[in-house]
Design a protein around this ligand. Sequence first.
Ligand code: CS2
Length: 522
Amino acid sequence: MNRLHPSTLGELNGAVRKPAYDRARLRAGIVHLGLGAFHRAHQAVYTDEAIARSGGDWGIIGVSLRSADVSTQLLPQDCLYSVLSEDATGVELRVIGVVQEVLVASAGVSKIADVIARQDIRVLTLTITEKGYTLAADGKSLNRKDATVKSDLKNPAQPRSAIGILALGLQQRVAAGGAPVTIMSCDNLSANSKVLRAVLSDYLQSTFPAVLSWLKTAARFPCSMVDRIVPAMTDSGRQRQAQLLGLRDEGAVATEPFSQWIMEDDFAAGRPDWESAGALLVADIAPYENIKLRLLNATHSAIAYCGLLAGLETVDAVMADDTLRGYVRQLMQEDLMPALEAPGNFNLADYGEQLLARFSNPCLRHRCAQIAMDGSEKIRQRWLPTLQQDSAAPNLLKALSAWCYYMLHTDMAIDDPRAEQLLLIRESDAAADKRLIAVLACARIGADNLDGFSALCAVVQQHVDRIARYGLRALLQGHSKCGRRIGVRGASAEPTPRVPAATGSACPAPMTFNLPPISKLN
Ligand code: CS2
């Protein structure tokens, strides 16, 4: 089978959408740090769609900070790749053409700094994951104890961290004329771009302090909320996608039909017409961001740890299990939703139902282990704010207990920036209460940021013991201690209908292409 390339586009299966613009007219205007599957299935798709719908010449230079794989996948294809979006009702397959160049940090950071410094680059976007921000416990300053940060602070001309590379590029940008730029985080962090500005400023203060005054006047940091479930690609997924395409695509990504991008309207030097592709530009992002992080992502993490402890591999398998699905619904409705303030036009109950349906999508095969990764970073973004409002939230405490049990009492792999510390705690023979406090401290949960921390520890310890004696299902089936049922703000008082159980064979016949490319909020 031939490989996807501009010269083979004519061989694509008929229903596959191709870039609906002249690629030769694109000029790089965006540099994206973190060219993983998520960016390719989200911001790049919006940019592609915006150019197709309303013109512009915004090409993307993508930077991979970790692996060099993406360059071997995309460069031989002249950076073309395909996005498959699929659920039980249909599939859509399209080729994206906006990525123009791929750089990898392992080949040297100077080229990356050079493109950040280019005066015609007007937008810098980032998907570097929560841990990429190298945040200290306060959630906004630089973690100066981190080994990579330490090395970057010593040698800022040869940085290895994302923040260090960005800072070096900006220092060169100022030297080259200091054209204004927008720097936008697209990661699952509360107040993401504000946090980015804070940690970057902290780093610059110690490395290139002269850049700080330029940063204040010439750079904008709009926060953004991004949403699309993008599981890691597998060999069999790639093979299947090739069959659907009619061409081999080493850079293929697969995702769900749903997609959402909400951002603050605060750009220094223009941007693609992302609204034309379905993005929302708002004055205040906080309510949307809170809903996404504290409902979607919070539930996702709970599904991941409970799923792994129950021996279920994927999110849809968790949702097809009566006990677990019942628990997930309770967690959302009784603990997470009541702690959220939805904007006036936002129907939280509908959003919750939509989430349950998205999690049940049988086509995604989203692995619990993928979501479980980096838990110590994710928990403080996803669970801590709800616990700070209600440290006795019964279902959320069960999720927290599942995470603690996983870390303390299993021999399952720990893929986490604090893995070393977590493993030491797992292997230690200290008293149970001390080990529990130490594990929670890794997730930055402690008496200093949580009223009622000791009561929380007592409940979590009981739950952990219960899992050890009777298994996770016994814990999830048990009624919450106080048996309370809290009304959901903005939700109907009626019990909500059950999401139909997903079946393994529910994936549709390929090539029906009946889904709208981008679903909008409400
Ligand atoms: C997931 C997210 O891996 C994870 O931690 O919760 O990547 C989630 O799929 C996205 O945020 C959905 O928009």
